[in-house]
Write a protein of this length. Structure first.
Length: 147
């Protein structure tokens, strides 16, 4: 019997899958029932709770600038709970259309059970992410519309 991947391996599969734009594979890293939140999202999007919601989340939209990126500066902290890790990293790359370099830091707090993500708190700088994709005005408009 093959041992399921642990939190470290699942995290690495996730960030490399995002960098390589393997969107169709990413939902399979999550449990059917999961809980994924982005606490720093200025739009306050609701939690993603199912693999189907994650499939929709990872679906390419065709909007925004294309990015060439790779995960870098990865530090994975083990916790006293064997299911939970805290992973610090950044996506480094360039905006394909402009050649602008970027570094987008992130911290994920992942709980992985039986090789699948059952919960995740994903902390990103959403303003920088929107800016490098050419979507800052749209993000600010969405935030203003909520007020």
């Amino acid at each position: 019997m093959v041992e399921p991947r642990g939190p470290r391996e699942v995290f690495l599969a996730l960030v490399h899958g995002v960098a390589e734009e393997r969107w169709a594979e990413l939902p399979g890293l999550y449990a059917e029932q999961t809980h994924v939140v982005h606490p720093f999202d200025p739009r306050r999007a609701p939690a993603l709770r199912t693999r189907d919601e994650l499939r929709e989340h990872f679906k390419p939209t065709g909007t925004g600038l294309a990015l060439q990126r790779r995960p870098a500066n990865i530090t994975i902290h083990q916790t006293t709970d064997p299911e939970v890790i805290v992973a610090e990293f950044e996506y480094q790359g360039t905006v394909a259309d402009t050649g602008e370099p970027f570094a987008l830091p992130g911290i994920f707090v992942l709980r992985v059970r039986d090789g699948e993500i059952v919960s995740s708190r994903d902390y990103f700088d959403h303003l920088t992410a929107a800016r490098i994709r050419g979507r800052l005005d749209a993000l600010l408009a969405a935030v203003n519309a909520r007020n």
